[in-house]
Unconditional design. Structure first.
Length: 100
């Protein structure tokens, strides 16, 4: 459902996504995207985000994802983590109803 909702935001790449391999177990993916571009707001909302991916040495499975928007870490306090979780649940419930 998140990807269906994302299409409503009309994402477009400002620059092509770039993968960076830091070492055998760590990599990043850099995105520079514009959202909500329209005639009323031609510049849209431009965001640079980086996704840091860490894998376990034992089996190579992903064990940690860390997202940064415009270089800043997302707030890690409990209230913000719960707000993101509740937002995800509500999005999952409401997206099918709103984007038919």
């Amino acid at each position: 459902e998140a990807f269906r909702a994302l299409t409503f935001c009309r994402p477009e790449h400002v620059e092509a996504p770039r993968a960076n391999f830091i070492d055998d177990l760590t990599s990043t993916v850099d995105l520079h995207q514009r959202y909500f571009s329209c005639a009323l707001l031609p510049s849209g909302l431009v965001v640079r985000s980086t996704l840091l991916v860490r894998r376990r040495a034992a089996d190579g499975l992903v064990c940690e994802l860390e997202e940064r928007w415009n270089g800043a870490l997302l707030f890690g306090w409990v209230a913000f983590r719960w707000a993101r979780r509740v937002n995800g649940m509500l999005s999952s419930l409401l997206t099918p109803l709103l984007l038919r």
